[in-house]
Design a binder for this molecule. Structure first.
Ligand SMILES: NC(=O)c1ccc[n+]([C@@H]2O[C@H](COP(=O)([O-])OP(=O)(O)OC[C@H]3O[C@@H](n4cnc5c(N)ncnc54)[C@H](O)[C@@H]3O)[C@@H](O)[C@H]2O)c1
Length: 252
């Protein structure tokens, strides 16, 4: 079987480096090029823009940022590549753009590529269904001090899973400050903690009368996300246009 040829967007960043090093020992996939706003020597050709890329590829793995999203989507569409969108921090407009491109391009998107968080989403939804409005839901996420977006894409994903149990009627309250008054039942609180080198912790707390349940996921290495992205890239190769998620990958 021919190897899945991958272009890494954000190749010179932390996640790009993890993907690259895992691919070195992979028999089924390889990195053929990188794109990064700040190119440097990493063992494969790295370009500043997709327009300069010379190499043929099957899939883009994107661990960069929400900026210039249209450039990578256009490149994938024009050249018939699949794209794993693992970056976070997309705006509402970006999400609409991604939906539009999914009509003509195979797009895999998730804010969290770990199996554990995927399971946690299901657990949180089930807990919310059982506990209902008797328990207040607050989400606390902790990440390293270099993370640019807040709250994390994973925290929002977990909030969405909880909210599904309430027919999407809850509203998200990011942090609290000042005289905010008593907490209402309509809220899901989301709190972003930043410090040191924390890879990623997500805690969903269900606080009821005289008892509290918390569901927590801790990532101890970024490798777990890089491995998930490579699995997604192999899954996406040759797939028809569409919007794919972790549940599609896991069910195959
Ligand atoms: N989905 C997941 O499971 C998951 C896991 C970890 C990180 N992430 C996300 O991946 C992204 C990257 O994380 P990181 O820790 O590697 O960050 P990083 O800052 O170490 O690396 C980002 C790299 O992308 C480059 N870059 C930024 N914008 C670009 C653009 N528009 N075009 C080309 N290159 C660009 C930067 O120069 C940098 O080298 C973040 O959005 C982060 O939240 C997602």
């Amino acid at each position: 079987m021919e190897k899945t040829r991958i272009i890494i967007c954000g190749a010179c960043g932390k996640m790009g480096g993890n993907v690259l090093s895992l691919l070195l020992g992979d028999d089924e996939a390889e990195a053929v090029a990188g794109v990064d706003l700040y190119p440097r020597e990493i063992g494969v050709p790295v370009y500043k823009t997709f327009a300069e890329v010379q190499e043929q590829a099957d899939v883009i793995i994107d661990f960069s940022s929400g900026e210039n999203l249209v450039e990578r989507l256009d490149y994938a569409k024009t050249n018939g590549l699949g794209i794993v969108l693992a970056s976070t921090g997309f705006t509402k407009e970006d999400l609409a753009l991604i939906d539009e491109y999914a009509k003509s391009t195979a797009i895999f998107k998730t804010a969290n590529l770990s199996l554990g968080v995927n399971l946690m989403q299901a657990l949180c939804k089930a807990a919310a269904q059982v506990l209902g409005d008797n328990f207040d839901v607050e989400i606390i996420e902790r990440h390293h001090n270099l993370k640019k977006d807040a709250p994390s894409g994973t925290a929002l994903m977990l909030a969405d899973s909880v909210n599904e149990a309430f027919d999407n009627q809850k509203r998200y309250v990011n942090g609290r400050e000042g005289i905010v008054g008593a907490r209402t039942k309509a809220e899901i609180g989301i709190h972003a903690v930043r410090g040191g080198t924390i890879v990623g912790e997500h805690e969903v707390m269900f606080a009821g009368e005289d008892e509290t349940i918390t569901i927590t996921h801790t990532a101890t290495s970024k490798r777990v996300f890089a491995a998930g992205a490579i699995r997604a890239a192999k899954f996406l190769k040759g797939k028809p246009a569409g919007y794919y998620q972790m549940k599609d990958l896991l069910s195959e």
